[in-house]
Design a binder for this molecule. Sequence first.
Ligand code: ADP
Length: 170
Amino acid sequence: MPELVLVHGDITEQQVDAVVNAANSGLLGGGGVDGAIHRRGGPEILAACRELRATDLRDGLPTGRAVATTAGKLPARWVIHTVGPVWSAREDRSALLASCYRESLRVADELGARTVAFPAISTGVYGWPIDDGARIAIETVRDAGTDVAEVRFVLFTPDAHDAFASRLRA
Ligand code: ADP
């Protein structure tokens, strides 16, 4: 099991092998953490995403899947893009959110990444309640069976940090 580390801060500043992006299926950028990663990482990341859209991912990246690109100017080697589910009160989409964490770690293993930083996927614009998002993130990473040595959850807001901290203690 990887060591789990919590950081209150900005994922674009993390010196790790791979940074996970809460992208959208178009892979061409967006707001929130996606916007921050493209802004700080520079145009190389977008160029790599466009290339994927022109080849392997013509219909975009499906929800729950993950794919790697260069990290451009970020202090990391790779960005692993994953697409979280939009929160729904009517439908249980937890399996898709868990899949984001599992698939990102699978891609990290393929790359040989030993340190991976995750944001709290789906808990921003996609509306997932933070306590449940933290529970799924931590349970899934604990059970993932990965060679990654450190998983760093980088939480942007005090609420998100608190939610992850109390779940980690539980
Ligand atoms: P989603 O569409 O998956 O909800 P968002 O980017 O809107 O993605 O939000 C996901 C999480 O990332 C939220 O908890 C948000 O506060 C957080 N976030 C936003 N910017 C950053 C950043 N620079 N570093 C780390 N986390 C961030």
